[in-house]
Ligand binder design. Structure first.
Ligand SMILES: Nc1ncnc2c1ncn2[C@@H]1O[C@H](COP(=O)(O)OP(=O)(O)OP(=O)(O)O)[C@@H](O)[C@H]1O
Length: 360
């Protein structure tokens, strides 16, 4: 069966599996929805046989779940105004510009006019084609593990974190340096591999921007805060983006704060500042500004003090006191060397229901 453009207008309204969609010269069949964001839907799609030419090359990466039969993730972004158009163009620019095994590559994209099914007016939609990672995000894994009383042993924590840092370093070491601005477990795709640590890939470059910003007035500070409130997830957002001084230099170490929170979340499933609020509530901003990390009571998971100190080193309220990613990477290698190869192929461990004893 051939593909038709009518598939696109169907997609603009109700989306069902089996719908066909073109991205430039290629036709894809929608299999199911993988996820959704503020103004976007992400679908598992399969390429129709007519147009799989130069995508064959990407299929060679074994961590990417193509099954050799042309599966991809297709992100459809609804564009309501010029601001959203600029944002999607920025996402396309950043995800095509950086190439690294731990950064999700953009394989193809198209921005197309679409007639609304309800009011008949013309709008635009963007389609972004990515390799699919069917095991889901690090957040999905952490949620599943929590239900099963599982956690990552130290060595797995370090291997996952090392890959996240390697991807982010590619952005920080660019000239000019870029910040991701929304580092969190929900923006890391994880793929399980036999007898190896899971492969981690950073995604969602919709908030990425040049990292260096010179703030020289109250109004510049407020503009940055407003921007951050929209683009940087609150539990992972650095203090200087909550309460920005009128005179300050912002740099890529805003991401290092988010990385410290992400490392804590790989161990304990949430940001340290979500954890400290717990069920009692309170102000997330005050918890973030204090920079005080409270550690869950032991004895499990049994993480060494050095790993906890590593978190507090990154979660420094003063940006000038925070390490750069180069120092963070050196430290991971030192820790990996000191912990050796660890747990003989066990990349998750299980505790009993009372959380007191390791059972596997
Ligand atoms: N390549 C992929 N492989 C598998 N699942 C994916 C892929 N890309 C995205 N997803 C799924 O789709 C969800 C939404 O994707 P993404 O974060 O890119 O959308 P978004 O609109 O930028 O979201 P947000 O509004 O939260 O920033 C992800 O959380 C993930 O579950």
């Amino acid at each position: 069966m051939g593909c038709t453009w009518s598939g696109l207008s169907a997609l603009y309204g109700v989306v069902s599996s089996g719908t066909e969609v073109w991205v430039n010269e290629r036709c894809f069949r929608i299999v199911r929805q993988l996820g959704e964001g503020g103004f976007s839907f992400v679908f598992l799609v399969q390429e129709r046989p007519s147009g799989h030419h130069h995508l064959q090359q990407e299929a060679k990466d074994p961590s990417i779940d193509h099954h050799g039969d042309g599966f991809f993730a297709l992100k459809k972004v609804l564009i309501q105004d010029n601001e959203q158009l600029d944002l999607v163009k920025q996402e396309i620019h950043v995800s095509s510009y950086f190439k690294h095994p731990n950064l999700l590559p953009l394989l193809d994209h198209a921005i197309i006019p679409v007639k609304g099914s309800q009011d008949g007016s013309w709008k635009q939609e963007a389609y972004l084609l990515f390799p699919v990672h069917k095991d889901g995000t690090l957040l999905d894994h952490l949620t599943r593990m929590q239900l099963n009383n599982e956690f990552y042993p130290t060595i797995a924590v370090l291997h996952i974190f090392k890959q996240i840092c390697a991807g982010l370093k590619e952005m920080h070491m660019n000239d000019p340096p870029y910040a991701h601005n929304d580092m969190k477990p929900g923006n890391v795709l994880l793929t399980l591999q036999p007898n190896k640590p899971p492969k981690a890939v950073i995604m969602d470059f919709g908030s990425a921007s040049p990292a260096h910003k010179k703030i020289r007035s109250r109004s510049e500070a407020l503009t940055l805060q407003e921007w951050a409130a929209e683009h940087c997830s609150a539990p992972y957002r650095a203090p200087e983006l909550w309460d920005c001084p009128s005179q300050c230099d912002i740099d890529e170490r805003t991401d290092v704060w988010s990385l410290g929170c992400t490392l804590f979340a790989i161990m304990y499933r949430e940001s340290p500042f979500e954890y400290v609020l717990g069920e009692s509530g309170g102000s997330l901003q005050l918890a973030v500004m204090s920079g005080q990390v409270k550690w869950p009571p032991g004895p499990t998971p049994p993480y060494p003090d050095t790993l906890c100190q590593f978190v507090t080193w990154m979660v420094q309220p003063q940006i000038t006191m925070r390490p750069h990613l180069e120092d963070v990477s050196i430290h991971i290698d030192k820790l990996l060397a000191s912990f050796g190869t660890g747990v003989d192929g066990l990349w998750t461990l299980k505790v009993d229901k009372q959380n007191t004893e390791l059972i596997s």
